[in-house]
Design a protein around this ligand. Structure first.
Ligand code: PLP
Length: 371
């Protein structure tokens, strides 16, 4: 199989498997217990925490581990609004991940006021719209760094600056950005996920600028400085830490490899494909493409040995056209004619060119049959 679905999840790095194994196999101690074994597990978790903080690479904050980035985002939004002393307005963008949009919808049902900003046809939010939506009623602004469906990069530093001018906090969903693009200075809260950087699933983290810690969402044993209760998994934390270490060390190498793959994929594509979203403000490991008249769902089932997707894993599962592609102004038909190819560290140029050539040929064959 040729795996081209790196935005859904990434292959686990061999170094992560190796680092995780002893903690999954033998070292079963509770990292919150005072025994020697417990303290060893706690120490391994602290090394992992340092590694995740290093990969995020911003001053003045620290991370708490969570069960996923979805949890980190829920916590950041709900816990900040709880602390925001009557500032119950949230500003976000129509193309955010469901973790943000659905949390906002839930908060709306609790009485919050939600402003969902539109994007231009290139997928980028207008900074003038952001500023116009901001005043002292806003508790938090949520904007993602790299979009999971179309790969465009929002102006997060500028959004954070505008949020701070009215005294609001800023949450950045950097799940698709960590290890791929530099996380800019500015956000107060940053959500990340291990499985998007070649780490294990079911572990994420929330980076919190000192003083911006949200109220806890999960209560219990008081772990993570009383902010997020629940026994941590040393195996998952160590795996995340190793993935973060590799991301930090291999940043340049991974970036150059992805540039090479992007160029190769562009050259192999036929002329009838259009890239969805900005072509310059974009992470190049995400190739979201459409072709007039294409039945993308059929293309996927025709090419079962190539793993790629329809816009996003969530949108694909539901059968609904992607809310992101709709926000760009695409029709339902255009959204259903779009595919997402995601590649990265372990994709070879040969397999990518082979897959793109076959996708192009299968798309042309569909049109020949239809004609
Ligand atoms: N945010 C973005 C941009 C994502 O792509 C994802 C995963 O698809 C998430 C949040 C949720 O991450 P997790 O799978 O860790 O809950």
């Amino acid at each position: 199989m040729i795996y081209l679905d790196y935005q859904a999840t990434t292959p686990v790095a061999p170094e992560v498997v190796q680092a995780t194994r002893p903690w999954a196999e033998n070292h079963f101690a509770n990292p919150h217990s005072p025994s020697r074994w417990g303290r060893e597990a706690a120490a391994a978790i602290e090394v992992a925490r340092d590694r995740v903080e290093n990969a995020i690479c911003l001053p003045g904050g620290s991370v708490a581990f969570t069960g996923s980035a979805t949890e980190a985002i829920n916590w950041a939004l709900k816990g900040t609004i709880e602390r925001a002393k009557g500032r119950n307005r949230i500003v976000t963008i129509a193309t955010e991940h469901a973790a943000v949009l659905d949390s906002c919808e839930w908060l709306e049902a609790q009485g919050c006021d939600i402003i969902r900003l539109p994007v231009a046809p290139d997928g980028l939010v207008d900074l003038g719209d952001v500023k116009a939506a901001l005043d002292e009623r806003v508790g938090i602004v949520a904007a993602m760094l790299v979009n999971n469906e179309i790969g465009v990069i929002q102006p997060v530093a500028e959004i954070a600056e505008a949020a701070h001018e009215v005294g609001a906090f800023m949450l950045c969903d950097a799940v698709q950005g960590l290890g791929r693009v530099t996380i800019p200075l500015g956000p107060d809260l940053i959500a990340v996920s291990a499985h998007k950087i070649h780490g294990p699933k079911a572990i994420g983290a929330l980076w919190m600028r000192q003083g911006a810690e949200p109220a806890p969402l999960i209560h219990g044993g008081g772990q993570e400085q009383g902010l997020r209760s629940g026994t941590l998994s040393p195996a998952l934390c160590v795996g995340f830490g190793m993935a973060a270490k590799l991301a930090a060390e291999r940043g340049r190498q991974d970036h150059d490899h992805i540039e090479l793959l992007w160029q190769a994929a562009m050259a192999a594509l036929g002329p009838d494909w259009i890239v969805n979203g900005s072509s310059d403000q974009r992470y190049h490991g995400n190739f979201n493409l459409r072709r007039e008249g294409l039945d993308a769902a059929r293309l996927i089932s025709d090419l079962r040995d190539i793993a790629f997707s329809l816009g996003s894993a969530c949108a694909s599962g539901s059968g609904r056209p992607s809310h992101v592609l709709r926000a760009l102004g695409l029709s339902d038909t255009q959204a259903r004619s779009s595919i997402r190819l995601g590649f990265g560290r372990y994709t070879t140029e040969d397999e990518l060119v082979d897959a793109v050539t076959r996708i192009d040929a299968a798309a042309r064959a569909q049109q020949d049959i239809a004609a």
